[in-house]
Design a protein around this ligand. Structure first.
Ligand SMILES: NC(=O)CC[C@H](N)C(=O)O
Length: 373
């Protein structure tokens, strides 16, 4: 059986079905990680995106019960070059193909993942569709279907993936801090990394207001990663402004960094094809040290790179930059206890170079947060 990957600019790739058979639409992006495919599939930030893996062999270690970052697979579709024929790992309970089929994720295995990646690097991320079985038809019709689907700019998605109800992740060992974490698409490893450092993490739905957040009486506040266009998340910006006005310690990751940028009055913009993978070089501008880091973002904050700038909450600066493209990778307030990064210090499949940022959040809570240790 044939499967087709159709891009909005009319480019078509042929392959065979992988996972579920049928039709899916989404934004076409690529991920360069050599490892961590389960974490990628279950990262809520990939909601409404079709993800192509550039690593040529996917599924080698099968699927286990421990690595998912959330309750389900979120990618809208999955593109691989060659699926593993004989998955093998002591933790594996089934094959990736089975798992994708079970979760209803339409995918394609195709020889052209390298050509696809080069195309996206030149033309930028774009809308796409995978069609197989009864869904495959005349290519002109499929291109039309893709062109009629919604794009990522202007997409308000965080509330679609967030928890409906608040829940608590208990501290491992003695509780040192109470953290209010707003789930804009949070990954399981994030509260886990905080819990390991003695944080009791109260995870709140995306729509939480400043009053809801402060009602937890937190030592610190956290805003998570999440899908969609940060320019749409006015509710989160407003909630964060309330938190900053109170002077509570704040840490944000990815979408959380973009929301901090917006709360400071900065704009966000769409990158041509974004950063998705586990080997992006980010420089900490305080120390000059370079971290190899995990990324998943298609948007970025526009901020001055040439030194501190004024915001309604005092001075701020760009704390981290990406050495590949000078993109803003972190923000820090100089007069209040708040900072954020565009990349992923929790990185479950690694690398762990940026894990120190969780320690910095704990230090802020200890010195500026009231209750402390
Ligand atoms: N992982 C994230 O939080 C991604 C943030 C945002 N959706 C982006 O693509 O830039």
């Amino acid at each position: 059986m044939t499967a087709l990957l159709v891009l909005e600019d009319g480019r078509v790739f042929e392959g065979t079905p992988y996972g579920a058979v049928g039709e899916t639409l989404g934004e076409m992006v690529f991920n360069t990680g050599m490892t961590g495919y389960q974490e990628t599939l279950t990262d809520p930030s990939y909601h409404r995106q079709i993800v192509a893996m550039t690593a040529p062999h996917i599924g080698n270690t099968g699927v286990n019960e421990e690595d998912p970052e959330s309750r389900r697979v979120w990618v809208a579709g999955y593109v691989v070059r060659e699926p593993a024929r004989v998955p093998s790992n002591w933790r594996s309970t089934r094959t990736l193909d089975d798992y994708l089929r079970d979760q209803g994720v339409v995918g394609i295995a195709m020889p052209g993942t390298r050509a696809l990646t080069r195309h996206l690097r030149e033309r930028g991320a774009m809308r796409a569709g995978i069609f197989s079985g009864d869904a495959a038809g005349p290519v002109e019709d499929l291109v039309e279907r893709v062109r009629r689907s919604p794009g990522m700019e202007g997409a308000d998605l965080a509330r679609e993936v967030s928890t409906a109800e608040p829940y608590v992740v208990p501290a491992v060992g003695r509780r040192r801090f109470t953290v209010a974490a707003v789930d804009l698409g949070i990954k399981a490893m994030t509260p886990q990394r905080m819990a390991e450092r003695g944080c009791e993490v109260h995870v709140l739905p995306a729509g939480a207001t400043a009053a809801d957040i402060l009602a937890v009486e937190p030592d610190g506040v956290f805003f998570s990663n999440g899908p969609g266009d940060p320019a749409t998340a006015d509710y989160a910006v407003e909630a964060l402004r309330g938190v900053l006005a109170e002077g509570r310690p704040f840490f944000g990751i990815c979408f959380g960094n973009q929301i901090l940028g917006r709360a400071l009055g900065l704009g966000t913009y769409k990158l041509r094809y974004g950063h998705r993978g586990v080997n992006q070089p980010v420089q900490d501008r305080r120390t000059g040290k370079v971290e190899i880091s995990a990324h998943n973002h298609g948007f970025a904050v526009a901020a001055p790179l040439d030194g501190p700038f004024e915001t309604p909450y005092g001075r701020a600066e760009v704390s981290h930059v990406n050495l590949n493209d000078d993109c803003v990778e972190g923000l820090r307030l100089l007069d209040r206890p708040a900072f954020s990064v565009q990349y992923h210090p929790e990185a479950a499949a690694g690398p762990h170079d940026a894990a120190y940022l969780f320690d910095e959040f704990c230090e802020l809570m200890e010195t500026k947060g009231g209750k402390g240790a």
